[in-house]
Write a protein that binds this ligand. Structure first.
Ligand SMILES: Cc1cc2nc3c(=O)[nH]c(=O)nc-3n(C[C@H](O)[C@H](O)[C@H](O)COP(=O)(O)O)c2cc1C
Length: 161
């Protein structure tokens, strides 16, 4: 048996970016989850994946919606990262968002956005592995500094040589 605390400590030693994955609920409101378990997967076809806990309230809504937007957060989006890591229906209160042409709710100020349609779902233990088919890619006009997550803390990616 692997002790969960040590598992989390070891995985937290691997720095990652931070994403917020959003979709609309049946009432047309924005829902979403902060997730660091995200990866590029395939170029042709263009696929990406993320892993929501089965206990996540957003998980069934993301599956039902069949489409979602994955925001690769910028260092300016700490409020968004914490808001979507919370619980409840009002996560986006005070947060700026608009609907894309594809019908996904998009947050402002992201380092990049990947609009997807649900492609496949796999079992990953206590998390689901959601694979999205990339339908649209968005980069900001001016490059944004990405957010990083390491040992439970959020920060800005330092300048790399
Ligand atoms: C930086 C960060 C990364 C996270 N990564 C994940 C993740 O990859 N998968 C996941 O299920 N939860 C992750 N979480 C936790 C969820 O955001 C949190 O459980 C959230 O409350 C889920 O909301 P929901 O139940 O409304 O979907 C992360 C939280 C933070 C702050």
């Amino acid at each position: 048996m692997i002790e969960p605390g040590i598992y989390k400590e070891v995985m937290g030693s691997f720095p990652s970016g931070v994403t917020v994955i959003t979709c609309l609920d049946e009432a047309g409101g924005i829902v979403g989850i902060t997730a660091s378990a995200f990866s590029a997967l395939s170029i042709d076809p263009a696929l990406v994946l993320f892993c929501p806990n089965y206990a996540s309230d957003s998980y069934p809504l993301l599956c039902a919606s069949k489409k979602f937007a994955i925001h690769l957060l910028s260092a300016d989006q700490t409020a968004e990262a914490y808001a979507f890591a919370g619980k409840g229906k009002d996560k986006a209160k005070g947060i700026d968002w608009h609907l894309s042409e594809l019908g996904n709710p998009l947050l402002s100020k992201a380092a990049a956005i990947i609009e997807c349609e649900l492609w496949r779902e796999y079992d990953g233990g206590d998390h689901a592995i959601i694979v999205g088919a990339v339908k649209n890619l968005i980069l900001p006009e001016t490059e944004m500094t990405p957010m990083v997550y390491h040992r439970g803390k959020l920060g800005a990616l330092p300048t790399l040589a």
